[in-house]
Ligand binder design. Structure first.
Ligand SMILES: C[S@@+](CC[C@H](N)C(=O)[O-])C[C@H]1O[C@@H](n2cnc3c(N)ncnc32)[C@H](O)[C@@H]1O
Length: 309
């Protein structure tokens, strides 16, 4: 007799124990009162628009202001065009970013040159390297960093938008721009177990960089693929706590403007197009109008040099 029992589907993320969440405070930050373009206009180099997954400047600024003091050292292991570095420097922090791709690292450098005056620029550095090897790429920063703030790739095929090609029936994003580059070492390409393992290595590296009592703040967005949700925020909490962090708080970064008591969504062109596409295929997709900001603390107390005397 044929067994007609449906084969159970493999879950996207491997099972893991739920962290204690009951006392984790939740906040909401309205960081999109202005569009992303308006937030960058006249400040950032126009060329940064080419990067497909930038953090909102208002969000980067808010994280830096909330989780470290002026003069503190901020690191971003996957810094893209360096939004976190630029905003940290403008708030009087020192900053170091790591980026795998030469083109984004060079653009980050050029943008910092453009945005910062000489004294601030001297306090910021971009390193080319693989975030999975932070212990080597940033060996000199071990236990010296006050805040790690980063936004990893989201496990979806974001790429550079080519509106003209799209409107004349072509691809929205040229294939060679998907997932930040064609380099398979770029975690934009990683999915499932490979993504989890890489991010676990990166959070372990972040724990080595941070001083005890320092913070890790990770910005993610839950995405959907063929109707199934990829719970990146939940995965981030599981991986960071496994790497030794305490889950301190959670913030919803609103990607919608608050106008007269209503929320006006501010989707990127890419996101709006993806959702329209999914709906046209009958998938129950909605715009996700927020990012998750997961906040962690590296336990322990800072060793005050005065104690050694
Ligand atoms: C979501 S973007 C970060 C954008 C950044 N917050 C900004 O505002 O420009 C993720 C970045 O991680 C980089 N990346 C991917 N894999 C990496 C790796 N193994 N090591 C370092 N950077 C990597 C990508 O090239 C991309 O620029």
């Amino acid at each position: 007799m044929t067994d007609t029992t449906p084969t159970p589907r493999t879950p996207r993320c491997t099972a893991r124990p739920e962290p204690e969440r009951s006392d984790v405070p939740l906040g909401i930050w309205p960081v999109a009162q202005q569009t992303a373009q308006r937030q960058r206009a006249g400040r950032y180099l126009p060329e940064v628009a080419r990067h497909p997954g930038k953090m909102l400047p208002a969000l980067a600024r808010r994280i830096v202001a909330e989780y470290c003091a002026p003069g503190a050292l901020v690191a971003d292991p996957m810094c893209g065009i360096g939004t976190t570095l630029a905003e940290a420097a403008l708030l009087g922090r020192r900053a170091v970013g790591v980026e795998l791709e030469a083109r984004w690292a060079l653009l980050a450098e050029a943008n910092l040159d453009h945005m910062l005056d000489a004294p601030a620029r001297q306090q910021v550095e971009v390193r080319r390297g693989d975030a999975r090897h932070l212990a080597e790429v940033c060996a000199d920063l071990a236990a010296r960093v006050d805040l790690v703030v980063t936004s990893p790739p989201y496990g979806c095929d974001a790429g550079m938008i080519d509106k003209r090609a799209w409107l004349s029936g072509g691809r929205l994003c040229p294939v060679d721009t998907l997932n930040y580059s064609t380099d398979k070492a770029n975690l934009g390409h990683a999915r499932g177990q490979a993504y989890e393992q890489a991010m676990a290595e990166i959070y372990t590296g972040c724990a080595r960089l941070l001083r005890p009592g320092g913070h890790l703040v990770v910005v993610t967005k839950n995405t959907r693929r063929r109707g199934a949700m990829l719970d990146l925020a939940g995965l981030t909490v599981a991986l960071a706590t496994a790497a030794g962090f305490s889950y301190l708080g959670h913030v919803i970064a609103l990607h919608a403007a608050i106008r007269d008591g209503d929320l006006v969504a501010r989707p990127s062109y890419w996101q709006a197009t993806q959702v329209r596409h999914a709906r046209a295929k009958g998938e129950p997709a909605h715009l996700v109008a927020h990012e998750d900001v997961s906040v962690f603390l590296l336990p322990g107390t800072r060793k005050d040099p005065a104690d050694a005397r």
